[in-house]
Design a protein around this ligand. Structure first.
Ligand SMILES: [Zn+2]
Length: 210
């Protein structure tokens, strides 16, 4: 038997996204505004599912050039080869720079992939109206939202390296097209996580009446 939950939406409560004031909607009117700050209120983010799907798929597609194209080229005394994320990590390991290699690996391979996989799982579970462990799925969503910002470490590292090396004339580092694609993956995944409405997870647990 399905356990029944009472959600705020079911009882006619709406949360303001801007100031987090919970207000009660009298009837199912279409345009309701927050009495405190005037933001338009929605019981669920409009088109959350299709928007999140579109953004997640875009991020997956961009992840391919992000890994195949060189993320940067380091030229030292005239010699240099373009590096992809993976070859960069390999070189750092060979150079004995383990902590940096691990950081880059974690930030540019583990985190973005995990985040996309979790988002895909959440999307599928909502799409198929799963009622399995809604609380854990909500926690999973919160982790995804928090952890995503750390992927930017990679872009920071390149930016700092480029800035540092531009100061000295011995070596040059140039960011490659892969860095642009990777930045796109990170930003688009962030938007995907933002457009996903975790409250949708709870909709499948409600009574069958609409
Ligand atoms: Zn408000």
């Amino acid at each position: 038997m399905k356990k029944l939950y009472n959600t705020a939406a079911h009882k006619g409560y709406l949360l303001c996204h801007t100031c987090h004031l919970l207000s009660k909607a009298a009837t199912h009117v279409h345009s309701i505004h927050c009495p405190r700050c005037g933001t338009r209120l929605h019981s669920r983010k409009p088109n959350s599912l299709s928007r999140t799907w579109a953004l997640t798929l875009t991020a997956y597609i961009l992840y391919i050039p992000a890994n195949l194209l060189p993320i940067m080229t380091v030229t030292m005394s005239g010699k240099g080869e373009p590096d992809t994320i993976f070859s960069g990590v390999k070189e750092l390991v060979l150079g004995g720079m383990w902590p940096l290699a691990l950081l880059i690996f974690f930030a540019s391979i583990t985190v973005p992939v995990l985040k996309l996989l979790i988002l895909t799982y959440l999307l599928l579970s909502v799409q198929f109206k799963s009622s399995w462990r809604p609380k854990e799925r909500t926690i999973l969503y919160r982790i995804t939202e928090t952890v995503g910002r750390w992927s930017m470490i990679d872009i920071f590292v390149i930016a700092i390296l480029v800035a540092l090396v531009k100061l000295g004339a011995l070596a040059t580092i140039e960011a490659g097209a892969g860095a642009v694609a990777f930045g796109g993956v990170v930003v688009i995944t962030m938007f995907a996580a933002m457009s996903f409405d975790p409250r949708l997870i709870w909709d499948a647990l409600e009574n069958d009446h609409e």
